[in-house]
Design a protein around this ligand. Structure first.
Ligand code: HEC
Ligand code: HEC
Length: 306
């Protein structure tokens, strides 16, 4: 939800008036559209309403200089992200990688890949420092955003970032983000003469999901490649982190797990094991997979998590 930073007094009075009217109807627990729950208070909504838009709408008032950011960064961020944003011990790098997006192994950072400065502000505000998210005040977030952009050579050291100029700072990769023109489509419910559900498999091809009429064996035959096996059998847990499964793309998780050696990691995937956070079933619970297919899907997860 976006709201204007400037408060319209007349608007506020109107909202208050209608709130108190609504209050009499809503204050009873259990009264409401579905007969339970209570409407969220303005205060509760404000606690969640932290998103910001590329044009700056939603930003709180505040400001911070690159110089301020440097101090905060050294104290709260450099231990993981490195003094120059180079990343330490497998933690993500925040700078560098310019011009690498078309390489076989692109180096994606705030400077080389991200689209909007508001995203940097929002990410830091929402999620960092990793061990204490939401602990920074707006001025600190402005200063850190400015400093991360400075580390990417995008602004000068004397820059002071605030809610009115943040949106003017553009990131180099912004033009490469394009609106998705594909139309939304709705599933149509089948009521008669439908396909045998056992013959329908969900297969991922690139970024699009398509339903194909294929048996599981055929999928394996056609695409024994690690990615296909992963999509079919492992992603249920490893995309979301269900039951404690290490998430694909989580650099830290996977680099830590790999310290025991890839052969142990393969063996755990094939034979299954009880780990510290949960149970990895043998072959993800799909005994029909060959050891090679499991190893290939492990390779795929590792490759996607670097
Ligand atoms: C304890 C280690 C740690 C500390 C300290 C830390 N971060 Fe992070 N940071 C991470 C991890 C891990 C990720 C990746 C999280 C993910 O992908 O889910 C990350 C991601 C980021 C990203 C996104 C990088 C990308 O390209 O996806 C930014 C920006 C960032 N951190 C900024 C900061 C700032 C600013 C601070 C200091 C206020 C900070 N971090 C402190 C561990 C840390
Ligand atoms: C039902 C959920 C589930 C499915 C499906 C699943 N996994 Fe896992 N996997 C887990 C959990 C949970 C862990 C973490 C266990 C722990 O370390 O506590 C894990 C851990 C792993 C690890 C890390 C091993 C290590 O030594 O640290 C690998 C590799 C792995 N899974 C591969 C796979 C592969 C390959 C597939 C698909 C063939 C798959 N998983 C399917 C739940 C699942």
């Amino acid at each position: 939800m976006f709201r204007s930073r400037k408060c319209n007094v007349l608007g506020a009075v109107t909202v208050l008036a209608s709130l108190s009217l609504a209050q009499s109807v809503w204050s009873e627990p259990g009264v409401g559209h579905y007969g339970y729950g209570q409407p969220a208070t303005e205060e509760q909504i404000a606690g969640w309403d932290i998103d910001v838009r590329p044009d700056g709408l939603g930003l709180p008032e505040g400001s911070g200089s690159v110089e301020d950011g440097e101090w905060i960064y050294e104290a709260k961020c450099a231990s993981c992200h490195g003094t120059f944003g180079e990343g330490v011990d497998g933690y993500p790098s925040l700078a560098g990688g310019e011009g690498s997006l078309t390489d076989g192994r692109p180096h994606k950072t705030v400077g080389s890949y991200w689209n909007h400065t508001s995203t940097v502000w929002d990410y830091i505000n929402r999620a960092m420092p990793y061990t204490a998210p939401r602990s920074l005040n707006p001025d600190e977030v402005y200063a850190l955003t400015a400093y991360v952009l400075f580390l990417n050579d995008l602004i000068d050291y004397d820059f002071v970032m605030d809610d009115s100029n943040l949106a003017e700072v553009r990131l180099p990769n912004e033009p490469n983000f394009i609106p998705d023109q594909r139309p939304d489509t709705n599933n149509e419910r089948c009521m008669s003469g439908c396909k045998d559900p056992a013959s329908v498999t969900l297969v991922s091809i690139g970024p699009e999901l398509v339903i194909e009429e294929q048996s599981i064996d055929a999928v394996i035959e056609v695409a024994a490649a690690g990615e296909a096996v992963y999509q079919q059998y492992c992603q249920l847990c490893h995309t979301s982190g269900l039951a404690g499964a290490p998430k694909i793309g989580d650099v830290v998780q996977w680099s830590t797990r790999l310290t025991k050696g890839i052969d142990t990691v393969y063996r755990h995937a094939i034979e299954g094991y009880q780990g510290e956070v949960g149970v990895m079933p043998a072959k993800g619970g799909f005994a029909q997979l060959t050891d090679d297919e499991v190893r290939a899907s492990v390779d795929y997860m590792v490759q996607e998590s670097q």
